[in-house]
Design a protein around this ligand. Sequence first.
Ligand code: KIV
Length: 282
Amino acid sequence: MSATAAPAIRARKGDGTPLVMVTAYDTPSARIADDAGVDIILVGDSVAMVVLGYEDTLSVTIDDIAHHTAAVARAKPKNAMVVADMPWMSYHVSREETVRNAAVLLRAGASAVKLEGGSKRLDMIGAILDAEIPVMGHLGLTPQSVHMMGGFKVQAKEFDAAKVLLDDAVALAEAGCFSIVLECVPDAVATMVTEAVPVPTIGIGAGANCDGQVLVFHDLLGLNAGRAPKFVRRYADLRSDAITAVAAFADDVRSGRYPSEAETYHFADGTGVPGLYQAANA
Ligand code: KIV
């Protein structure tokens, strides 16, 4: 179990220090996130698009998320709580299947699960909570609904949709979610929700007034090619650095500069190839 748990995150509501969450999908990235002092590591189903090359998040399964959650858990975060995303169709069929799937992620090393959607998910959320598994909600742009939403678009831009989102957020908090992600909604909507619910909101493309912020690891480090959404701030350009490093390795190999003497092992008697031949023919 990670050091921080759901009640500690829930208790951060209104303490004046924004929560920090980043995604991670493997052991080295989880170590980096924990060493950097984040509060929550999210094993997001964004792994589908960010790491596995899919066009949306619908292709990843509970086994995929469990595999990445176990890798993150093996980093043994000293501070950060590990939350794992429930992928599409892992919490849509029945209460039994939902609870079993949530348990798979806990056994893989998560301390809580996140799932997308509002009031229509309350039954499944209740079932997971009854199994003593903390739940993080996710409203606004919910990528698993990409086909229903007609694309990855900012949500709740009109009054009626904003009202539905607000009601959903209140319902999730009342149901027992310990925090709620708000993705790609106008800042006024995120502000209204943040003021209305007694649990921390964690924004991504939801303005500055949420109780915390989350970014995808590869986005904030500039690891992937292509245009990032407007809310992404890149704190590094590791893709360029990586290309430069790999190109330098290729150049060193092709020019004979790699490996050097210091990077080479030698035969026990120190004579190199002649000694090896002698030993083989003795
Ligand atoms: O899967 C993910 O990375 C997420 C974040 C964008 C919140 O759900």
